[in-house]
Design a protein around this ligand. Sequence first.
Ligand SMILES: Nc1ncnc2c1ncn2[C@@H]1O[C@H](COP(=O)(O)OP(=O)(O)OP(=O)(O)O)[C@@H](O)[C@H]1O
Ligand SMILES: [Mg+2]
Length: 178
Amino acid sequence: MATYQFAYHMSGLTKTYAGGKKVLDNVHLSFYPNAKIGVLGVNGAGKSTLLRIMAGLDKDYSGEAWAAEGVRVGYLPQEPKLDADKNVRDNVMEGVAKQKAILDRYNELAMNYSEETADEMTRLQDEIEAQGLWDLDSKVDQAMDALRCPPDDWDVTKLSGGERRRVALCRLDPDRHP
Ligand SMILES: Nc1ncnc2c1ncn2[C@@H]1O[C@H](COP(=O)(O)OP(=O)(O)OP(=O)(O)O)[C@@H](O)[C@H]1O
Ligand SMILES: [Mg+2]
């Protein structure tokens, strides 16, 4: 039986866009867990094309490309979009919307306890513990500090390109793609 050594593996990958433009031709690339890799190339060389394929966003190619079982892939687009109606903090919180919803529901039930919702509360509590969500807000604080995000209440429409990317990076949720 094959054991997964590589975190990611690509072989003989060729990408041709509609219209016949061949952007990637017979690419081979494999790497181990914890590798940090940069992809270099002039504008239009096909870097974003390659990364979109690696993220599973583009499945229209020939050749082989896979991430090892259990590997989660996050993709930050080159020009990330932020929600202009939300401040920095609320944009970041979009990345943990599912986790936040679990906590909110738990708190809602906890405020008026009843027999009917006891099972649901137990399930939610298990989920919160399994995912370590009790301190979700402070985890978000830590992530925002580590990535040097601008202050929580800043207007995202007035951020610099670099600041926007930090907010978008902090919001990144591997299970969801823009
Ligand atoms: N959807 C598409 N349809 C047709 N051609 C495309 C499409 N997307 C990209 N291309 C072309 O494929 C080539 C590679 O584009 P890609 O975005 O991968 O380049 P890149 O290396 O990321 O460039 P940059 O450094 O400017 O970000 C470019 O010539 C681009 O015009
Ligand atoms: Mg690009």
